[in-house]
Write a protein that binds this ligand. Sequence first.
Ligand code: GRF
Length: 222
Amino acid sequence: MIEGPKVNTGAAFPKMASGQLRFLEVNPSGMKNIVILISGTGSNMAAIVHTAERERWAERLNARVAAVISNRPDAAGLRTAAQAGIAAAVVDHKGFASRETFDAALMQAIDAHQPALVALAGFMRILTPGFVAHYAGRVVNIHPSLLPAFPGLHTHQRAIDEGCKLAGATVHHVTAQLDHGHILAQAAVPVLPGDTADTLAARVLTQEHLIYPRAIAQLLQK
Ligand code: GRF
């Protein structure tokens, strides 16, 4: 039996009434809300949260990280978000029979925060075309390769296997096609002799933590 959706939108952020699911650039509080989707560690999410604090996005950009939502209840990033005082919620994909029903519940949880921007940060789910259309132009992702090279999984091992001398990360708009969409920012790092997928991933990750918050800040300035 499929369990009902496990949706917890966070006590600090009341849900909008049903039927009121509207996408707004600026919500009634006057702030541009960012909702971050994660599945695991959430180090990119933490980088965005810390950069927003350090660079005073609330005052300078009229923007804030309003919520962090995970499709996995055990995602370590949920605790990191809660410790930073950000509403942390779970929409467990295992509770849904199809991608469409999961995405519908996810959209409801996201829309409760009236987001200007939805940022995927290590969110390991393929999104339906309906989800992408709902947030057209307002969803960004970070991918650990120099797109258009190596969309999909195992990017670091694939780069090593191909003999790449450079690897990196890409921030891009999300379209219905996996790991495609207009490129907003990239960073390259060398692939060093003796690199493993893990050592290369760690080198790339340090750059992800720089380019993702920067790209989001640039989008919010527009
Ligand atoms: C990052 O390398 C990201 O590019 C990829 O998954 C990893 C997630 O790391 N999609 P974290 O959860 O942000 O620490």
